[in-house]
Structures are given as structure tokens and as C-alpha cells.
Ligand binder design. Structure first.
Ligand SMILES: NC(=O)c1ccc[n+]([C@@H]2O[C@H](COP(=O)([O-])OP(=O)(O)OC[C@H]3O[C@@H](n4cnc5c(N)ncnc54)[C@H](O)[C@@H]3O)[C@@H](O)[C@H]2O)c1
Length: 326
């Protein structure tokens, strides 16, 4: 992600990247900027105006809080630390220092999500009544030993790593907070792994909308699907454009209720589909960060309170776990 964010800053053109930091020098090979292996030394030596944090989850809160306390603006990757307490700590540091803190929930800036949000807000399809989301990936032979599945470094499994994006989208699209009705976090296949490979949750928004989430590391393929059912139609989001294109073509399909069946057969109505073949999400996020820092614009996406909101939901889902994976 460090490389992805670096490239987005370069494409933007308004950033002057003064230094890079990674505990592993070999991960910074080929870059011309000053290189550090210790983040505090890097921040102290360079005194940048802004810091972009893309480390393992464990390091995120310390780096974020330190930079904020030194008056620097911070863009940090999701998840906002390993726990709700981490997220609250960073939110407090932001409030106390009055500096800028944005978290990278880049899925909001995917084309299909931008269209879905506009469609929902237009009320063309009425009100959202329920959402069903599936976000799944395939683990490979190294999956069990990845840092993402070391609870010390990551804080949680697939729910915290990937499910968090979908939960954030569900809050964003309904413009609401959610509470958990039921949840199950389990190790269905990777039994030895210390973090979950599956999470199921039933949730309800503050507006009474019913939400279901299946977050999976045992889908054995990459999959992103979200069905948004509204009073007067539906929206189907399928696929998500990434650099590997492994989540399939990204599309949004919608149908406006037509009970008289003037526009199609019962059960197979006339739908409208838009497909996308470019992912601008990284650029949109960096652009927003730049505009907030340099032009004093209001931060809309990835606000600390949104980070706390989603971490509260995740904590609640983990709380439903039978046994003790975490
Ligand atoms: N927005 C997204 O869609 C998205 C996608 C993938 C990962 N992420 C997030 O980005 C972060 C990094 O994930 P990744 O996939 O790039 O992992 P990665 O393993 O590819 O890269 C992490 C890098 O951080 C370095 N690092 C770890 N601890 C450090 C420390 N204390 N100081 C300096 N460097 C340190 C590692 O050496 C490594 O080079 C995670 O928080 C992850 O959740 C977000």
C-alpha cells in the first residue's frame, strides 16, 4: 500500500515526497527519496507537513498519534489500529491537536460505489430497506503465516482486514450507524490460524434497515457482491476493479420497480448496467487529503468518527464469537 499511495501522490503532482520509512530496507529499493528504518527518527529528522501511514496494523496508532502531536496532517490506512481502543485513541489525539486525520477507506471512491451513493441519495429507487454483502478472497499457501493472520500484528482476521471495507460502505450508503443482531466469527477451514477465516453478521441500522455481511478468506476465489434492496427497486454491485483484476469487472446494475411489467418479464425485468474499467479510488482519496490539508476543505471521507463507528461494529461482531480466537 505504501507503493500504491506513493504512486497516487506522484500522479497528483502536488506532493513533495521527502522521505520513505520501512523497517525493511529492501522494500524501499529503487526509490530515490531519503530512507529510514525507524519511523520516529524519520518524522523527527524530516518534520514533514503530512505523514502517510501504511504499516502493519500494530504500528498504526503510535505513528498516527506521534505525527498528530507534532502538528502533522496524517493519512492512514485502514483498519484504524487493531482495536476499538486504538481507533478512539487516534480520534482523541486528532481532537486534542486539531490537526487533520483521514483514514483510507478507498472502496467509497470506487466508481460503482460513487454511482450507488448518487442513486440512493437521488431517491429514484425509494428508500434502502436492506443490504446483503459478500466480500471474499482466496488464501494461498502462505496465507496462514502472513502478518495479516498474526493477531499480534493485525488484531484480527478477514473481518478486520476486508470486512471492514464492506461495513464502512454499508454505513456510508445508508448514512447510518449499525448495531449487531447476530454474528459468528469462525475458523471453518484454516483451523490452526489464530485469526478468523470467516465472519457472518446480521445487523440493523439506526433507521431499521436490515444488513447481512459475509466476509470470507475461504471463498477460494475473489468476490465482491452487494445487493441493495430499496422500496422501489434494487441495486446490484458486482466485482471490484483492482490492479490484479481478480475481483472481476466492476459493475452497477439497477432496476426501478415496475409492477405492471411494462419493462420486462416478472422476475426478469429490464435492468440498467454500467461497467467500469478504471480504478481512480487511490487518486480520489489523495486528492481529498490534499484539498483538506492545502485548501482547507472539509474532510468528508475517512473521518476519525467514522473509523471509531466501524471499529465499534467490528468489536460487537467479535463479541459474538463462541470460543476464543482473538
Ligand atoms: N485500502 C485498502 O484497500 C488496503 C489494501 C491492502 C492493505 N491495506 C492496509 O495497508 C496496511 C499495509 O498493508 P500492506 O498490504 O501494504 O502490507 P505489506 O506487508 O505489503 O506492507 C507493509 C509494509 O510496512 C512495513 N512495516 C511494518 N511495520 C513497520 C513499522 N513499524 N515501521 C515501518 N515500516 C513498517 C513492512 O516492512 C512492509 O514493507 C495495512 O494496515 C492494511 O490493512 C489497505
Amino acid at each position: 500500500m505504501g507503493a500504491t499511495r506513493y504512486q497516487a501522490m506522484k500522479r497528483h503532482g502536488g506532493f513533495q515526497i521527502v522521505a520513505l520509512c520501512d523497517t525493511r530496507l529492501d522494500h524501499m529499493e529503487g526509490y530515490r527519496e531519503a530512507k529510514y528504518q525507524e519511523w520516529k527518527e524519520c518524522i523527527d529528522a524530516c518534520e514533514p507537513q503530512a505523514v502517510v501511514v501504511c504499516t502493519f496494523n500494530m504500528a498504526i496508532p503510535d505513528v498516527v498519534c506521534y505525527a498528530l502531536q507534532r502538528g502533522m496532517a496524517v493519512f492512514s490506512e485502514k483498519p484504524p489500529g487493531r482495536t476499538l481502543e486504538d481507533a478512539v485513541r487516534m480520534q482523541k489525539a486528532q481532537q486534542e491537536t486539531g490537526t487533520i486525520l483521514k483514514f483510507g477507506f478507498n472502496h467509497r471512491a470506487h466508481n460503482s460505489i460513487i454511482e450507488a451513493k448518487a442513486l440512493i441519495d437521488s431517491k429514484l429507487l425509494g428508500d434502502v430497506v436492506c443490504i446483503r454483502g459478500v466480500y471474499g478472497k482466496a488464501g494461498n499457501s502462505e496465507f496462514q503465516s502472513e502478518w495479516r493472520n498474526n493477531p499480534e500484528l493485525s488484531g484480527g482476521g478477514i473481518l478486520l482486514d476486508q470486512g471492514i471495507h464492506m461495513l464502512d460502505l454499508m454505513c456510508y450508503l445508508t448514512d447510518s450507524d449499525m448495531h449487531v443482531i447476530n454474528g459468528e466469527v469462525s475458523n471453518l477451514v484454516w483451523k490452526e490460524m489464530k485469526t478468523e477465516d470467516s465472519a457472518f453478521a446480521m445487523l440493523e441500522t439506526d433507521k431499521g434497515q436490515q444488513i447481512s455481511l459475509h466476509s470470507s478468506a475461504i471463498q477460494w476465489r475473489h468476490k465482491f457482491d452487494m445487493d441493495i434492496i430499496c422500496t422501489n427497486g434494487y441495486i446490484a454491485l458486482n466485482g471490484l476493479l483492482t490492479s490484479t483484476r481478480s475481483y472481476g469487472e466492476e459493475s452497477i446494475t439497477y432496476y426501478r420497480k415496475d409492477l405492471g411489467m411494462k419493462t420486462g418479464r416478472l422476475g426478469k425485468p429490464k435492468e440498467y448496467t454500467m461497467c467500469f474499467d478504471e480504478d481512480f479510488s487511490w487518486d480520489i482519496e489523495m486528492n481529498e487529503f490534499y484539498d483538506v490539508v492545502m485548501k482547507g476543505k472539509e474532510l468528508i471521507n475517512g473521518r476519525p468518527e467514522e473509523a471509531v463507528r466501524v471499529m465499534k461494529i467490528i468489536k460487537e461482531i467479535y463479541g459474538y464469537k463462541q470460543g476464543d480466537v482473538r
